[in-house]
Ligand binder design. Structure first.
Ligand SMILES: Cc1cc2nc3c(=O)[nH]c(=O)nc-3n(C[C@H](O)[C@H](O)[C@H](O)COP(=O)(O)O)c2cc1C
Length: 205
């Protein structure tokens, strides 16, 4: 993964209006703990799901404080730039930016369709499109059940274009005890895909 001017690893994270906002916050915290610079974009329904599922304290304008309170002071190791989803002139909308990886977590079926068909209607879709055209890592964490045939086909289209499809399907063999354990499992899978070592879930023995 590339580094920004501060020498930190720079990574884009988009959060959209699918259930599972806790997957996004755990992933944000894990990347920040490792000193990453986060290029963050949250769709309108992503903002709603953060508040609906995690409470008002997790609203986007208070997100850094929320992450520190929930996951600890080491979240301060990293930095974040928050973009409007309407800002198609943002840095991550361009292929010349140095951000080498992106995760969409959780990814709604609407955003999945937009990425699959290269629509670039907003910054989440455009930044994902940039990752695909530049052949950089794009991890998509869709959440819906059951899935329609168009939704399944959209996953195939994204995979064919080079994205890694990582459905929000935490495993149970690590004997999770809390919702945070389930979220950590998905965050760990995302970090592994980006090439980070971690102990977010127990190694399989
Ligand atoms: C409470 C709530 C939960 C939702 N859960 C999901 C979900 O799990 N998966 C999904 O694809 N859409 C879900 N939706 C619908 C999306 O939020 C909706 O399609 C929205 O337009 C997605 O826009 P976005 O991708 O720009 O965030 C949910 C909506 C609400 C209000």
């Amino acid at each position: 993964m590339s580094t920004d001017l501060a020498g930190r690893r720079s990574c884009a994270l988009a959060s959209t209006g699918a259930s599972g906002a806790i997957y996004a916050t755990r992933t944000m915290a894990a990347l920040l703990e490792r000193g990453c610079h986060l290029e963050l974009v949250v769709s309108d329904y992503g903002r709603r799901l953060l508040r609906d599922e995690l409470g008002e304290a997790a609203s986007v304008d208070k997100l850094t404080e929320f992450l520190i309170a929930k996951y600890g002071e080491s979240v301060r190791n990293g930095t974040t730039t928050l973009y409007s989803n309407k800002d198609l002139g943002a840095k991550i909308a361009s292929g010349s930016q140095g951000c080498a990886g992106m995760v969409v977590v959780p990814c709604s079926m609407k955003t999945l369709a937009g990425i699959a068909h290269g629509l670039s209607r907003n910054l989440v879709e455009r930044a994902a499109d940039v990752m695909l055209k530049e052949r950089r890592p794009l991890i998509i964490v869709p959440r819906e059940t059951p899935m329609s045939l168009p939704q399944l086909k959209n996953m195939v289209l994204c995979a064919q274009a080079g994205a890694m499809m990582m459905p929000a399907m935490p495993a149970f063999y690590q004997m999770p005890k809390t919702l945070d354990d389930l979220a950590s499992f998905m965050a760990g899978k995302i970090l592994s895909a980006f090439g980070f070592s971690h102990d977010l879930y127990p190694a399989w023995e």
